[in-house]
Design a protein around this ligand. Structure first.
Ligand SMILES: [Ca+2]
Length: 168
């Protein structure tokens, strides 16, 4: 009888430790805000007449160590250093309903913020350091723009997007 009571006491003790831990785990993970790093969008072909500023696809992903976010624009023609390509990382704080924007521009052959820029035919890629974000901001999406002054191709706003959460 004593042995049985010990087992029951053991189960009660174990449950009192495990149940709150599991519950807390689910709570913590189910509600953990995270950066929306991986983004991809398709833009209509032919919505501007100059193929070198006609965005067809844009995307972003994170570096393996999480320190940077790589943002890319693909155009129908070729990236032209005479034109401007703007990248906007949109973020939001937990308490805010409006987006905060971090914009950087490739203009006159260089990035105005000095970020690493790579050009390969129809693709321009910029490397955004995550350290530039306010510590309370979470990335909610990206927007990009290409312009030759006469016309511009602009992707839809994502400033009303919600913050992503980690679920499992
Ligand atoms: Ca387009």
């Amino acid at each position: 009888m004593i042995k049985r009571n010990k087992i029951i006491l053991g189960i009660i003790l174990l449950s009192s430790i495990l149940v709150p831990s599991v519950s807390f785990g689910i709570y913590a993970c189910g509600n953990t805000p995270v950066h929306r790093i991986n983004n991809r969008g398709i833009d209509p072909v032919g919505d501007v007449s100059n193929p070198d500023i006609d965005i067809v696809e844009y995307r972003s992903h994170g570096s393996s160590d999480g320190s940077t976010m790589i943002v890319e624009i693909n155009v129908l023609g070729k990236i032209n250093e005479s034109y401007s390509y703007r990248f906007t990382v949109v973020a939001k704080t937990l308490s805010d309903t409006t987006g905060h924007i971090y914009s950087f521009l490739f203009n006159d052959g260089e990035c105005d913020e000095g970020f690493i820029t790579e050009i390969e035919n129809s693709t321009i890629r910029m490397i955004f350091p995550m350290s530039r974000l306010s510590p309370t901001d979470y990335v909610i999406g990206i927007e990009v723009l290409a312009t030759d002054i006469f016309e511009r191709d602009l992707t839809p706003e994502v400033r009303n997007a919600s913050i992503a959460h980690l679920y499992w």
